[in-house]
Design a protein around this ligand. Structure first.
Ligand code: DAH
Length: 348
């Protein structure tokens, strides 16, 4: 019965192939592909069985056919399983492993001035201050006159202010105090707001000063606002920004738009007040100007100075950033040197 022997040989072969495939192991993706070609491609070993199948006598076709189909199914499943194991269970049809960490995209980092500005905004927001902005190109009224600058005040001097030649009433604001006026003209008290922005002064550029810089102005106008409120607000601000051990001191000063006026120093956060070269061995750093809003300023904005009082303060963001990070030259902020900017990545 040669045919039967043939059939037994074929069934043996199927069994052997099954065992072979079962035991096959791979250590690289390419080896899985080799297995696929060897067994289940058209010319592969399982494929050949289908060719031989046509010689199987009709009465055995059912049994043998079933065995070959089972083997084929087994082989396909096994090879796919090896492929999955190898490439990771989450490998989808796209051939992409979706669990792989993504290539990091290198983002830029925030500019140190933005970092400190945002920090300052956060602090005042916690105290209930809102934020307002005004134009950089201003007029004499908002920058000087409404702020009680007498006509002959030196700050109006051509040396400090950039005027438009054709029209001296158009100028670049020299301070963000102009936004106080714009807000008070439009809003009746209570007003509690800060005004961050860019300002311009006709000054020589050096390590300590620049013709373009940034300020944050603060204004609080309501009934019964006192100097004590100003002092407490600034103490809170200084401690939030420079650390809870910070001390402040107010020195009498003069600004046309506040009466009384003061300049505020914060204890040097570098030496803790002991004295170092940053605070020039005084233990104190000057950081802002402030005072009680002059009644003339309130009246210029149609706010009743008998009913309302207010305080204001203004400070340079560059100066505070320099003190906070020990930056020695203001020009670094405007040079866009990535070696400088990169150092603030972690502070974002
Ligand atoms: N505007 C002043 C300047 O640019 C800073 C300033 C001082 C603002 C006192 C104020 C203030 O609001 O009360 O130097």
């Amino acid at each position: 019965m040669p045919l039967n022997i043939n059939m037994n040989q074929m069934l043996d072969k199927i069994r052997e192939l099954k065992e072979e495939i079962e035991k096959a192991s791979v250590s690289a993706k390419e080896e899985v592909e080799e297995l696929r070609i060897k067994y289940i491609s058209k010319k592969g070993l399982v494929g050949q069985l289908f060719n031989e199948f046509k010689d199987v006598p009709a009465e055995l076709k059912k049994e043998v056919g079933q065995a070959i189909n089972d083997l084929k199914e087994f082989a396909v499943n096994r090879i796919n399983e090896l492929k999955d194991n190898f490439e990771g269970a989450d490998q989808g049809e796209l051939g992409i492993d979706l669990t792989m960490p993504a290539e990091p995209i290198r983002l830029g980092s925030r500019h140190p001035l933005s970092i400190v500005k945002n920090e300052m905004i956060d602090i005042f927001t916690r105290l209930g201050f809102t934020i307002a902005e005004g134009p950089e190109i201003e007029d004499d009224w908002h920058v000087f006159s409404a702020l009680n600058f007498p006509p002959e005040h030196p700050a109006r001097d051509m040396q400090d202010t950039f005027f438009i030649e054709k029209n001296p009433d158009v100028l670049l604001r020299t301070h963000t105090s102009s936004v106080q006026i714009r807000v008070m003209e439009k809003t009746q008290p209570p007003i509690r707001a800060i005004f961050p922005g860019r300002v311009f002064r006709n000054e020589a550029i050096s390590a300590r000063s620049h013709c373009i810089f940034h300020q944050i102005e603060g204004l609080y106008v309501d009934e019964n606002v006192s100097f004590a409120d100003l002092k407490q607000t600034l103490l809170y601000f200084a401690r939030e920004l420079f650390g809870e051990k910070s001390q402040i001191r107010l020195r009498p000063s003069y600004f046309p738009f506040t009466e009384p006026s003061a300049e505020m120093d914060v204890s040097c956060s570098i030496c803790g007040g002991e004295g170092c070269n940053v605070c020039k061995y005084t233990g104190w750093l000057e950081i802002l100007g402030c005072g009680m809003v002059d009644p003339n300023v309130l009246e210029a904005c149609n706010i009743d100075s008998k009913k309302y009082t207010g305080f204001a303060f203004g400070m340079g963001i560059e100066r505070i950033t320099m003190l906070k990070y020990g930056i020695k030259d203001i020009r670094h902020f405007f040079e866009n040197d990535v070696r400088f900017l990169k150092q603030f990545e972690s502070a974002n």
